[in-house]
Unconditional design. Structure first.
Length: 411
């Protein structure tokens, strides 16, 4: 094991090994959750045409400029324009067209008078209309063609994730297909002879494998594809065998939990240590001090994380998730962070950066530990209440109420 590294040094080693996955072209609706490898450009303007922002009447602004309740202006209604029509009726002086939201605005109209600004409103609005209030400004309630985007404009940038908002914007702009990176294929392997399948009856000395389900969800949240979930005993040959299986399935990344420390039964260390592909290191963080990382000859990234659940969650957020996003070419690979105020005191490990499962109050901007049990990496129950990690620098000896704390928001 090498000398203790900083978190930044370990992460730099990980990211230096990442190669962006190849691109593929997919229909935009089938590409949700993927990362754009090339910008998506608008095929047409948004809006596509001048249209009404209100239900009311399309009119010539000059005809109603002097309208008031004391001096109503009466106009002839010469057309009716529900949404979806393509009509462009001519409007002469004193003419109006009843129009619904989203309908194309007649070329001769330059303002929309809402029903609320007329005497009769929607009722009896197909013969004539009495306008009680003048438009507040020229062009009011007319949505102009191309005011949002013009054809050829960049709708979604390369390196951005196609979330719900981005898909909607791309579809609105007429984008049919997008070029995205392939989703990383990930194998999740829990090691430990003590592990039971989730739901299996517990006995003395045996515990449920919560790391496998944890990593399945975290990998999916990072927009990667889980191709294998496995549990193996504390046996180096079992680790070698499952590694070969993952590679055969096309895994870009293998994530092991457990078996990376300095104990007598460490199967990941037994399988890889001294082989030149995977390096074992001590990182100045708590939890998550023992870390393993390397690249197999075929290019598969291998992570070896500690076995305790909180260590797994922290190590994934700090090292694995950034790598998965970098493989996709994502512009932003870090979780959002913000400063919060501690509303509880807690202890910190000497000389190591602490990542503490935490509860935050967004309104009060405060943070406290998610569990009363402290920062033990085995305290998996506290993860259910955590939606953040409080990050305390290595040089801080203890956190006091009122201290400013950097917080990583994770859910």
């Amino acid at each position: 094991m090498s000398g203790r590294r900083t978190v930044e040094e370990q992460l730099a080693r990980v990211l230096a090994a990442v190669r962006i996955l190849p691109p593929e072209t997919r229909p935009v609706r089938a590409a949700a959750g993927r990362t754009l490898a090339a910008p998506a450009a608008a095929a047409h303007d948004i809006p596509l045409f001048d249209n009404s922002a209100m239900d009311g009447f399309a009119v010539r602004g000059a005809d109603v400029a002097a309208a008031s309740e004391e001096n109503p202006i009466t106009l002839r209604v010469v057309a009716d324009l529900p949404a979806g029509v393509s009509l462009d009726p001519p409007l002469g002086p004193g003419d109006a067209a009843r129009i619904m939201t989203g309908s194309p605005t007649p070329a001769d109209a330059d303002v929309i008078v809402p029903f609320e600004d007329t005497e009769g409103g929607l009722a009896d609005s197909l013969g004539e209309v009495r306008v009680l209030r003048a438009p507040a400004k020229p062009g009011v309630f007319v949505r102009r063609r191309g005011a949002d985007l013009r054809a050829g404009d960049e709708v979604v940038r390369a390196g951005e994730r196609l979330g719900a908002f981005q898909v909607a914007a791309a579809v609105a702009a007429g984008v049919a297909d997008v070029t995205v990176t392939r989703a990383p294929r990930v194998a999740v392997v829990s090691t430990g002879s003590e592990l039971l399948a989730p739901g299996e009856a517990v006995t003395r000395g045996r515990i449920p494998d919560s790391n496998g389900p944890l990593l399945e969800q975290l990998v999916a949240d990072a927009d990667a594809e889980v191709v294998l979930v496995a549990r193996v005993t504390d046996d180096a040959d079992a680790v070698r065998s499952v590694t070969a299986e993952a590679v055969a399935l096309g895994a870009d990344v293998i994530v092991f939990t457990g078996g990376v420390s300095a104990g007598a039964y460490e199967p990941v260390r037994g399988a890889f240590d001294g082989q030149g592909e995977v390096e074992f290191a001590s990182v100045a963080m708590q939890p998550g001090k023992p870390q393993a990382f390397g690249v197999l000859n075929g290019g598969t990234l291998v992570f070896g994380l500690p076995g305790n659940p909180v260590s797994v969650a922290v190590s994934f957020e700090v090292f694995v998730r950034p790598a998965l996003l970098a493989l996709q070419g994502r512009t932003e690979i870090q979780r959002p962070r913000a400063a919060f105020t501690a509303d509880a005191a807690w202890t910190t490990p000497p000389g190591r950066r602490q990542y503490l499962p935490a509860v935050v109050d967004l309104a009060a901007r405060t943070v406290r530990p998610a569990t009363a049990g402290g920062s033990g990496s085995h305290l998996a129950g506290g993860l259910a209440r955590a939606h953040a990690f409080a990050i305390v620098p290595a040089e801080v000896e203890a956190v006091a109420v009122g201290d400013a704390i950097d917080v990583m928001l994770v859910g």
